[in-house]
Design a protein around this ligand. Sequence first.
Ligand code: NAP
Length: 525
Amino acid sequence: MGLTGELFIATQRVAGANGTFRAVSPATGAEIEPPFTLATVDDVEAACAAAEAAFPIYSNLPREKRAEFLEAAADEIDALGETLTERAMAETGLPHARLTGERGRTVGQLRLFAKELRLGEYLRARIDHAIPDRQPIRKPDLRLRMVPLGPVVVFGASNFPLAFSTAGGDTASALAAGCPVIVKGHSAHPGTAELVAGAVTRAAQKTGMPAGVFSMLNGPGNSVGSALVSDPRVKAVGFTGSRSGGTQLMKLAASRPVPIPVYAEMSSINPVFLLPSILEAKAEALGAAFVGSLTMGAGQFCTNPGLVLAVDGPALDRFLVAATDAVGVAPAQTMLSPGIHKAYESGVARMASSPALSQLAAGQEPGGPHCGRAALFSIAAKDFIADAEGHSEEVFGSASLVIRCADADEMLSVIGHLEGQLTATVHLDESDTDVARKLLPLLERKVGRILANGWPTGVEVTDAMVHGGPFPSTSDGRSTSVGTLAIDRFLRPVSYQDIPAALLPADLADGDAGIPRRVDGKPTL
Ligand code: NAP
């Protein structure tokens, strides 16, 4: 079936009656057919009502049934094959290999959450049996498990049109938790969103899910998105995008009569620390590898290395010569959307106009519209500290700032002036261990993932991954949006006290429930 431009409300394709829009090719600036319809307030109402009606049914399905739905969604997305990849290429300007990989990651995430459901560990089931004759008072029977929050609204991300959009990590983890999902489609890739929404809808129908388990609406964030977040039936929000958008949604959610959590991933500049001994030994190789990470995907990753810290001296000079050379030959790359390109250009212009910054290098001249040129700047640590907030603003794209520190102590002192980050990277060898020992506890307070001798771009989807961090990298640093722990965001604990056995959920019954549980203080399998 070709693209129809319709919305998805509770497994039905519905034409929105609020006008239409078309995707824009970032490579050519031309509009791409077909037109996509925009949701009305009635569509928001219908999607929320359907999600609310689906919740008691969907959340109480056996975990195996929800796992089968997630796997069927993965199969349906796989089956879209090149149709999906080609549409996503046209709408985002991202290359074929990247999108093929991202499709693999998207279906892999759905299947990983199916596995998580079967494992059942996420339920954190605990049983504390009663002690009827305990003195001075009886100890009651207490049993705990995690339950889903209710309908979740997901804002698709522009920079991961598959893995962090319609059926991406937020959607997969919310569906796994037992929450119906309403996606606010990103206006930059509506065709990609429609193809994926169709796949999820077919999977819901094939596996017998309640209709309102999944809906997808297109429309402006400040009307359709806000209406969804304000709806009393919505119980949580997942978002990836700009700091301003994320913080506005946080305020909106907090100002509701019943506030709800917003899990927003917003801005991070991902500091990279080059410790003295390894810098001395490998300055040139580090300089070239850094630029490889900086320019990957036109720098449009939340984990892009936007800040580098090192002690000033000949080794840093050698690093900068190598990095400057690599930036100088880096081709300009098509960015995700005209808006993102414009924001990048103005961010680079702001850096270039700062008297405290020196521009070291610029990438190749653009060969077409909406192409971003890499840019490299440096600053003295004392100048950075003097206006840390101003110099820490994320410039989404391949721009980075190198901080020249007088010594290792000054490098450590800069950390206190940094905002919360998704990642921090440390390049070190054995002789750097003493500095690293001081560095790591400082970084733990600022970031969600600390990595050694690598580059922050590239996020594995595994059980032990944290893709989160203190504000403003995310709105809630206690969580992750990548990896199986992401399911926690859409759950809350309920305790059952002295509930008769016949009424207890199967996962909390006596005997072998087939899941890991803590029974009377002892872990059991
Ligand atoms: P965005 O402007 O924040 O938009 C993301 C989504 O949120 C869109 O669907 C948008 O709706 C909606 N939205 C934005 N503000 C809203 C509000 N106040 N109320 C309700 N909904 C709202 O992000 P973007 O379009 O993806 O990219 C713009 C900038 O975000 C980039 O230049 C970059 O700085 C940053 N960004 C950062 C990351 C990261 O991982 N750190 C990733 C992507 C983007 P519309 O359809 O109306 O636009």
